[in-house]
Design a protein around this ligand. Structure first.
Ligand code: AMP
Ligand code: GLY
Length: 425
């Protein structure tokens, strides 16, 4: 089989590594890929936003399966175009990807399906949104409706901050068209977790849960990022709670979409807050989490390509998942300036010739290769993932790996999985 992975981040490197390890797969291709992905896949210079280019590429390599990693091409209809041309794809079509592409649509579906989520009001006018602020209490959450690369969510503690956030959307147009519709949302309190599930329209197969760290600094301080580290599984989310969440969130959502004539095939990722009133949805994503899968996939024993194929073909019901009985910890190393900006071209030292470290899995996100050396090429640069029988050992292993790696201005959190180590006792 020939598999084409669309995207260039750590998530796509994780998919590529699983694909390269699959007994079904002869060739792994990636577009556009990155410095580390190029060690396991043939990379092609086609941007993940280039739908006609991706169609040509899939045709020229006779792809048997195209796995689309990021949200933007899903929302833009890459899967629709590829499927119409006869390619099998892993990832939802545009109508289903709208669950991630429009927070307002996601809320409307959740309300219709009875899925618990934060109370909200949405606005398409600046003045109305500003007037609403006088009627609510703080903290509150201001969200740009559309895709904003993880930056369109602002948790604000006071009126002035909320006004600035609304201004950022409507006046500064900081999120472009994505911010022309704005949600003002109840601020939920509790522990967050990510529950991802493969869905073929009928069968729902949950992956083991993961805990992401969204803020840039230790202790959950500083601005939100795409994710600075992760661990899996999550002690506070045992298998019974995962099942409960699937029945409370994923199943009614998939059923509601089905009522509307929308089939969901791909991965439905629920970002949840575990509140005193039970789990509530913060957001839906319609793709694998990054860095969630850098922690989840190293534990997954099942063949990911077989599962992605079954998802595309609607035969997930014949499959189950098996997991290594180990704990997984993944630490993100980011470049100088992240998340506001990123620094490119800094030489990365400490990795072996394949961009790996012995006994660990290193997933490349923002890397490129120049003159035989890996260099930084984006905000999140690497994810260093470790497996071990306990969280303590996995965490120590991951950080021992991180300490071997150097590049100018590198930043990483020191507290990834600390709470899991504590929970383990
Ligand atoms: P999202 O992209 O919607 O997951 O939002 C990014 C982050 O903002 C989440 O991971 C939460 O930490 C925070 N967040 C989003 N919505 C809420 C909410 N209603 N209450 C509290 N925090 C939230
Ligand atoms: N880790 C958050 C995300 O993938 O959106």
């Amino acid at each position: 089989m020939r598999v084409l992975v669309v995207g260039s981040g750590g998530r796509e490197h994780a998919i590529v590594r699983k694909a390269a390890a699959s007994s079904l797969v002869d060739e792994v291709h990636a577009a556009p890929g990155n410095g580390g992905i190029a060690r396991q896949a043939r990379c092609h210079a086609v941007a993940d936003s280039d739908i006609p280019g991706m169609l040509d590429l899939a045709g020229s390599i006779s792809a048997d399966l195209v796995a689309v990693g990021p949200e933007a091409p899903l929302v833009a209809g890459m899967v629709d175009a590829l499927e119409a041309a006869g390619f099998k794809c892993f990832g939802p079509r545009a109508d289903a990807a709208l669950l991630e592409g429009s927070k307002g649509f996601a809320k409307e579906v959740m309300n219709a399906a009875g899925v618990p989520t934060a109370e909200f009001t949405s606005f398409i006018e600046y003045e109305a949104a500003m007037a609403h602020l006088a009627t609510i209490s703080f903290p509150t959450v201001i969200k740009a409706d559309g895709l904003a690369a993880g930056k369109g969510v602002m948790v604000v503690g006071a009126l002035e901050e909320a006004e600035a956030a609304i201004g950022k959307c409507f006046v500064d147009r900081a999120f472009g068209d994505a911010g022309l519709s704005v949600l003002v949302e109840e601020c939920l309190v509790g522990h967050e977790c990510s529950v991802l599930a493969l869905c073929d329209g009928e069968t729902i197969l949950p992956l083991d849960p993961a805990q992401d760290y969204k803020r840039i600094f230790d202790g959950g301080k500083g601005p939100n990022t795409g994710g600075m580290g992760c661990y899996s599984p999550v002690p506070r989310v045992p298998p019974e709670l995962v099942e409960e969440i699937i029945e409370l969130v994923h199943r009614p959502t998939i059923e509601e979409l089905k009522h509307r004539g929308i089939g969901f095939r791909g991965v439905l990722y629920a970002g949840l807050m575990l509140t005193g009133e039970g789990p509530k949805v913060l957001e839906f994503n319609t793709r694998f989490g990054d860095p969630e899968v850098q922690a989840i996939f190293p534990r997954l024993e099942s063949d990911l390509v077989e599962l992605m194929l079954a998802t595309a073909e609607g035969s997930l019901g014949e499959h189950s998942l098996s997991w290594k009985d180990e704990r997984s910890v993944s630490v993100i190393m980011a470049s100088a300036g992240y998340p506001e900006s990123s620094h490119k071209g800094d030489i990365i030292s400490g990795l072996d010739a394949d961009g790996q470290l012995e006994g660990l899995e290193v997933f490349h996100a923002g890397t490129a290769e120049k003159d035989g050396k890996f260099i930084t090429n984006g905000g999140r640069v690497l994810a260093v993932s470790a497996l071990a029988p306990t969280f303590r050992e996995a965490r120590d292993k991951a950080y021992a790996g991180v300490e071997k790696i150097r590049f100018d201005g590198m930043q990483y959190r020191r507290d990834i999985a600390e709470e899991a180590v504590e929970a383990e006792g």
